[in-house]
Ligand binder design. Structure first.
Ligand code: SAM
Ligand code: SF4
Length: 335
């Protein structure tokens, strides 16, 4: 390890890094990006070698869990070069968990290779099992292709976790279908509360807000919910449906309950460190990364950034709007 393990100003140990490897995506999910989103100029985006150096520096500082995300990580050209190179940290034992969050569209192509790189689990986002609705939410996605990707991942031995954004008037009526499907396929399933992020925010976003407390109440009317004590240091809480044995997650990024145990930070595709998803604070790591061939300036910048990780985030929904909204999109910061 490069010096003492990373901790922030509140003595929280930072062991989990999420890195956005691109802001680009083959979908345009309505809650995430505008249809005509302007992507970053390529020169601003870290090269695969730079991403490797950056992630490896964090691993040297005690990060044991690394998630690649985006945008859509699997549309980054040659992204498998990065996975193959990061596999060395899995082999050395420094990295316990190398994983990704994907929309699943390219999974059929890459599942076997991902498994070969030591990826054991993959999160796939899926908001609907109805082809027309799926196409409307993602604006470009093909449900059949994503389901084929999920099957390929399972066949390659990857554990698949499904993430579903809960959308009022959007997929409310599929709650039990999604649970039944995930149960039949053997996938864990988590619901995410929609967040007020970036340019995709508008009156629609508030109208789409479906509180997970309400979703949970609907589940409780049909199943016996057994809350599980486990946490991942993040905004997810888990419950088991006694009747089916399924584990269901509830991810409520807007609640403050998890900030005290927060163990994670994010880095964007441009090398900006975001100590907290819900705050505007950020630290540029690209400059120190590009300024020197040694990692010393980068490590100093990471430590400095972590010293400024806020105690809690600012999101608050009210009846009239959202305060503390952060004007950046999920695809920039890595969801
Ligand atoms: N493209 C990949 C995918 O969709 O899984 C990875 C990146 S995406 C930004 C990561 C996660 O963020 C997805 O599960 C997506 O549903 C979620 N997400 C995007 N915008 C969101 C929002 N406004 N509120 C809540 N979740 C959001
Ligand atoms: Fe792309 Fe993921 Fe955002 Fe959808 S949620 S537009 S798949 S980055």
């Amino acid at each position: 390890m490069t010096g003492p393990p990373l901790t922030d100003a509140f003595a929280r140990k930072i062991t989990y890094l999420r890195v956005s490897v691109t802001d680009r995506c083959d979908f345009r999910c309505t809650y995430c990006m505008a249809e005509d989103t302007q992507f970053l100029p390529r020169r601003d985006v870290l090269s695969l070698e730079e991403l490797d150096r950056l992630a490896s520096a964090f691993i040297g500082l005690g990060v044991t869990k690394l998630r690649l995300t985006g945008g859509e990580p699997l549309v980054r050209r040659d992204v498998m070069t990065l996975f193959r190179s990061l596999a060395r940290h899995r082999i050395s034992g420094a990295l316990h968990d190398l994983t990704l969050t994907t929309n699943g569209a390219q999974l059929a192509r890459f599942a076997t290779e991902l498994a070969d790189c030591g990826v054991a689990r993959v999160n796939v986002s899926l908001d609907s099992l109805r082809a027309d609705r799926f196409a409307a939410i993602t604006r470009r996605g093909d449900l059949g292709q994503v389901l084929a990707g999920i099957k390929a991942a399972k066949a390659a031995g990857l554990q698949v976790k499904i993430n579903t954004v809960a959308l009022k008037g959007g997929n409310e009526d599929e709650l039990f279908d999604l649970i039944g499907w995930a149960g039949d396929e053997g996938h864990d399933l988590s619901f995410i509360e929609v967040m007020p992020l970036g340019e995709a925010l508008g009156p629609d976003r508030l109208g789409q807000f479906w509180a997970l407390s309400d979703l949970r109440a609907r589940l409780a009317a049909r199943f016996t919910l057994e809350d599980l004590a486990e946490t991942t240091g993040g905004p997810a809480r888990y419950t088991r449906l006694r009747e089916t044995g399924q584990k269901i997650g509830f991810i409520t990024p807007l609640s403050h309950n998890f900030c005290a145990s927060c163990n994670r930070v994010r880095v964007s595709a441009t090398g900006t460190l975001y100590p907290c998803l819900g705050q505007a604070g950020k630290i540029d790591l690209r400059q120190p990364l590009r300024a020197s061939e040694t990692d010393a300036p980068l490590i100093a910048a990471i430590r400095h950034g972590l010293a400024h990780k806020p105690q809690a985030h600012d999101f608050l929904y009210s009846e009239t709007g959202v305060s503390g909204q952060v004007a950046r999109q999920m695809n920039r910061t890595g969801g």
